[in-house]
Ligand binder design. Structure first.
Ligand code: SAH
Length: 504
């Protein structure tokens, strides 16, 4: 039998995947088995390695679920089978998460375990609502309280008198339906009905909502706003600070869902910038980049790369893959020292720069026509030109250069292939405020994956990185609402921001 594995009791944080700890991310990505609750960020689960066992131990209304005893048993069995087990819980595992009971069961069974604290919802949701749970002038203490749906059970265990007289902030982790009973009892036991209170729904998650009112009216306001779980309630003077400190609502793209269709491997910079601005970012990649630099044609062209006087790169992928192809043959950027380098788009120039190369020619407009015109005006007659790019790209550049007397070779460094849209992505797209396209191939493949343009919700605004992408979109029946002036990720974000600001 194999050595028993360790069980890691890990807090996943309150919902925003960015609030998972570095340790949680590391353990999730290396686990053999992950036993998780219901409210775990998908982005965190997505880090599980291929072949890891994902077990949903969450209770669902109307389903029996594993039960606490079943979960304890499962953890013990997985560990005994020699697995590296992550028990992933919302927020912090030891704050109302029954992590304590699971640790006890593991200790009793002689299984090694580790606890990885998480950011608890009782601190994080108020923070995202602009409510500091303590404050030098307003609250020197904070109490975390759990109030369950069934008042006959847990609530009777609570000392209402002590809670009502508690000198500080009260944070209730609770079912929404208990709110009115909680507020009533606090007031009955002497807490002022005028004290400010807030209910925070889906704290730190897209669609977070906050309702504020005096304690005596908070339940009615929450009911009117149809607050749903998960939600928690904060009672205390600190709640009033929200009026000045509600920072999240000020993010310019707050409440907007933005779909990114570019290849997953390239989406991160755009996703990070949009998320920083408050957007709910949905990655629905339409394409995947498949490098073809192992083909003999590429190897052969790289061997005689010094023979080219002008090398044109038409995309960041092309630039990166040309450098990869050089590296694959034990060479580096010096092989391109003698050639003039031309790049379409600032993103392509930036990719060259990362490889230590400065582009000599970057046309003002990021389209093949523009580069062709600029190169022809500089004179290309008799020159040996290499155009490194994707399979199936347009023929404008090679044709115009040939017409001007150049000797042109086209080298295919990668193919873009279509990605299918999963059900989750499809549902997310239906809720989109913006759909972003960063190339013609993203438009074409996205619409194919979707069925047709009618798959886009009518209110979704189409954002294009530049004129070529826009014209493909129009040909395929889309109306382009926003086009970037600068044809790179920053330019696209700028244009989207301008549009969002104008719409407010
Ligand atoms: N261990 C978790 C709490 C589990 S109890 C933690 O440390 O955060 C579950 C309760 O936590 C929910 O009923 C709700 O009251 C609260 N909760 C969890 N996530 C929340 C969120 N994102 N926003 C508001 N409340 C949340």
């Amino acid at each position: 039998m194999s050595e028993p594995g360790t069980v890691h009791l890990v807090g996943a944080g309150p919902g925003d995947p960015g609030l998972a700890t570095a340790r949680a991310v590391d353990l999730v990505s290396r686990a053999d088995a992950i036993v998780h609750d219901r409210l775990i960020p998908q982005a965190l689960l997505a880090l599980a390695r291929d072949g890891a066992e994902l077990i949903d131990a969450g209770k669902r209304p109307g389903e029996p679920g594993l039960g606490q005893e079943g979960i304890n048993q499962l953890l013990i069995e997985l560990a005994r089978a020699g697995k590296r087990v992550v028990r992933l819980k919302g927020g912090d595992p030891f704050v109302f998460g029954r992590g304590g009971e699971e640790a006890e069961a593991l200790a009793d069974a002689g299984i090694a375990f580790e606890v990885v604290p998480g950011v608890t919802a009782g601190v994080a949701a108020p923070a995202y609502a602009g409510i500091p749970v303590t404050h030098r002038d307003e609250a020197s203490a904070v109490a975390f309280v759990t109030a369950h749906e069934d008042p006959s059970k847990r609530e009777s265990a609570l000392d209402w008198e002590a809670l009502a007289s508690f000198p500080g902030t009260l944070v209730f982790y609770m079912g929404v339906r208990t709110l009115s009973a909680v507020a009533k009892r606090l007031v009955e036991h002497g807490r002022s009905g005028d004290e400010p209170a807030a209910v925070i729904e889906r704290g730190t998650l897209p669609g977070q909502r906050v309702v504020t009112a005096p304690l005596s009216e908070i339940a009615a306001h929450a009911a009117e706003a149809e607050i749903r779980p998960p939600a928690l309630t904060v009672v205390g003077a600190v709640t009033a600070l929200r009026e000045r400190l509600a920072w999240l609502e000020r993010a310019p793209l707050r409440g907007r869902t933005v779909v990114i269709t570019r290849a997953r491997a390239q989406a991160s910079a755009l996703a990070a910038q949009l998320a920083e601005l408050g957007a709910h970012v949905v990655e629905a990649p339409a394409i995947r980049i498949v490098p073809t630099i192992d083909r003999p044609e590429v190897r052969e062209a790289v061997e005689r790369i010094e023979a080219f006087e002008l090398i044109c790169l038409t995309s960041p992928n092309g630039a990166e893959l040309l450098l990869d192809a050089l590296r694959a043959q034990g060479r580096d950027a010096r092989a391109l020292a003698g050639a003039t380098l031309a790049a379409i788009g600032p993103g392509t120039a930036a990719a060259l720069a990362r490889g230590g190369l400065r582009a000599d020619v970057v046309p003002e407009r990021s389209i093949a026509e523009s580069l062709a015109a600029e190169l022809v005006s500089r004179g290309v007659r008799g020159k040996r030109v290499l155009i490194a790019r994707a399979a199936g790209a347009r023929d404008v550049l090679p044709e115009e250069l040939r017409n001007a007397g150049a000797e042109v070779e086209v080298l295919t460094l990668y193919e873009t292939v279509r990605e299918e849209l999963g059900d989750d992505a499809r549902a997310a797209v239906a809720a989109a405020d913006y759909v972003t396209f960063t190339s013609s191939s993203t438009v074409r493949n996205f619409l194919e994956a979707l069925g047709d343009s009618r798959g886009l919700p009518p209110r979704a605004r189409v954002v294009s990185i530049g004129p070529v992408t826009s014209s493909t979109a129009r040909e395929l029946g889309l109306e382009v609402d926003v086009e970037a002036d600068r044809h790179d990720v920053e330019g696209l974000v700028e244009a989207l921001l301008r549009d969002a600001g104008a719409g407010q």
